[in-house]
Design a protein around this ligand. Sequence first.
Ligand code: UDP
Length: 333
Amino acid sequence: MEFNLKDQDVIVVGGAGYIGSHVCKMIADCGGRPITFDNLSCGHAHAVKWGPLEQVDVRDTPALCAAFERWPAIKTVVHLASSIEVGIGETQPAEFYENNVLGALSLLNAMRKAGADRLIFSSTCATYGERDTMPIREADPQLPFSVYGKTKLAIEHMIQSYHKAYGLNYVTLRYFNASGADGSGEIGEEHDPETHLIPIALMAAAGKRGPLTLFGMDYDTPDGTCVRDYIHVNDIARAHLMAMEKFSGGLANAQINIGTGKGYSNLEILEMIEAVTGLKVPYTKGPRRDGDLTELYAHCGHAKAVLGFTPTHSDLENIIKSAWGFHKRVWGL
Ligand code: UDP
């Protein structure tokens, strides 16, 4: 195993979700125990396999404080629970600000009360906004375009204030596009509704839904479709475990991009899906989706320097193969 978390308990808020379940599995695989805090509004009870589940809503501070009291010795919290669908955020901002910003504030206050002073927060490349140059560095301006990005940036600021005033130790991981699935086939991407490109394209290829709508083919990119940096969910999980190790080494505050440094266009993704599955991905051309940025890919130097992180699972073919393996199992193909 790459990490040793022997006998370490970690609270994973949102541990029943896509990224959360992969973080939980890796914690357990490395000898630790994940305690999932999740209201199961988006996550799945069947994805909580590696430790106990506290069914609690992050916005409910008294219930959250009571859950922390049941785990008094735990110092480290991973926070992944949030509303994530960029398009939905544009039409339902109230829900996004409430779930994400108020939820995080409630969690920070419950952590303070409980004396849990180490936080790994799942932020996003969507906090940066539209830019003329790539790759994106952590110190670049954060001018988010989407409601989703704005909520995550507000949380980043709250966390920095809690670090300065109350001594919270934190690592904020700004993920690029989480994708793929664990090789066990036990867990994978299961959003409802599903809004992400790779699972939707796999569904369309397998005849599990109608054609994919490609949102905008008139962007200023080589083939006219948006460019994104796809990072395997197990690489994201590895970054969390590296951050946990660095807390022990004295790391107290950091903002770190978690990506591969390489961008693929939406059409390139469809091509790889066709190569891996041997199936055509039917699609139609649609208008741009509100909140979408033209191009996003990471500068990865800080992740390497601070965490020692480089991706090891994120070859695009491996990402698609692992996602396809998971969905084939779920669909009984
Ligand atoms: N996309 C698309 N059709 C879909 C879903 C996504 O064309 O049904 C595009 C989306 O507009 C973006 C890219 O795929 O350009 C990646 O979107 P996704 O929602 O997977 O991740 P995001 O980058 O928004 O986090």
